[in-house]
Design a protein around this ligand. Sequence first.
Ligand SMILES: NC(=O)c1ccc[n+]([C@@H]2O[C@H](COP(=O)([O-])OP(=O)(O)OC[C@H]3O[C@@H](n4cnc5c(N)ncnc54)[C@H](O)[C@@H]3O)[C@@H](O)[C@H]2O)c1
Length: 355
Amino acid sequence: MRKLQNIMVTGGCGFIGSNFIHYLFEDTGFDGRVINVDKLTYAGNPANLVRIEQKYGGTRYFFERVDIVDFDALDAVFDKYDIDTVIHFAAESHVDRSIHGPKAFIRTNVLGTFNLLEQARKRWRPGDGRHFHHISTDEVYGSAEPGDYFYETTAYSPRSPYSASKAAADHLVRSYANTYGLSTTVTIASNNYGPYQFPEKLLPLMINNMLEEKPLPVYGDGMNVRDWLYVGDHCSAVWMVAVHGKSGQTYNAGGENEWTNIELVQRLCGIMEAKTGKTPGHYKRLITFVKDRPGHDRRYALNCDKIKKQIGWKQSVDFEEGLDKTVDWYLNNRQWVENVKTGEYREWIRKNYSI
Ligand SMILES: NC(=O)c1ccc[n+]([C@@H]2O[C@H](COP(=O)([O-])OP(=O)(O)OC[C@H]3O[C@@H](n4cnc5c(N)ncnc54)[C@H](O)[C@@H]3O)[C@@H](O)[C@H]2O)c1
């Protein structure tokens, strides 16, 4: 078991990173410091962490607006806080954006990860208790045939610039354990859902479009299969592996909860119709099939036996409960969605961080 104290969380203002920081302070008994390193791209929103900032800001929570591609800026942060752990979420994360502009993905996901590893290698020594945990995606494995599952031993076959950049980063992380004895672990997760997700992603996009009575765009025939993991369960997997995982190892953490996109959207329509008092079918009529994404993987499916047996992790939120909580969160946080959509939070950033 590792005692992790001065934790650099990269990408802590994004969807999963901000959920993770809440989880760490509020659900784990963690008593150290978190240094949130985030460049604040379009997807980074410091307003996600107001509660943490108010309670722990300046004592146990620190924010550093740094681009992980900037080696010198990272150097200063490692020194300033005597970082003993990196939990690395920061990434360009949207597949559609990677199709239209892959360069930013290579820059942040590959070069940024390399820089963090180099910073760790410069300071840390094998066996000194310091640790590097990297967060990856099931998309690195490629597309699964019906009935097949991805194991940690499955050969990588990334098929979009996003998944290729994540695969490159995973390989780099593992190579640093093997070559330099750096203590590293990797978790590979399936599609996350929950609060604070940027509204370009499937669930918040659909909820939002329903509220605005806009079309609900579904790619191709809607039969692509995704495995859905509640973000809180992803956070617990990351933490448990960072603390207990064996160095050099990778652990799959999925929801074991597969749905075709069309089934998911229809189910969401039903929940929204019930919650907003609309007649059954009211939102379903908005479903619109659109031209498929190029190279769209048909199915992802993770086998999670290893993390369950070796680490003792399991999912704690079933899909019904998770969807219910997620829909409630977006209905109760309309202002958050509006601010993100209108760019008002950019104004907030400018004021609070003098940018
Ligand atoms: N969202 C999912 O369903 C999912 C599933 C599996 C794995 N993952 C992985 O989890 C991680 C987090 O995903 P997310 O959905 O929270 O992403 P996100 O896009 O919501 O957040 C990414 C964060 O990283 C920051 N960032 C981007 N480039 C940066 C840079 N160069 N320097 C510093 N910060 C930078 C952004 O400002 C943002 O706060 C990613 O590594 C992603 O590949 C995501």
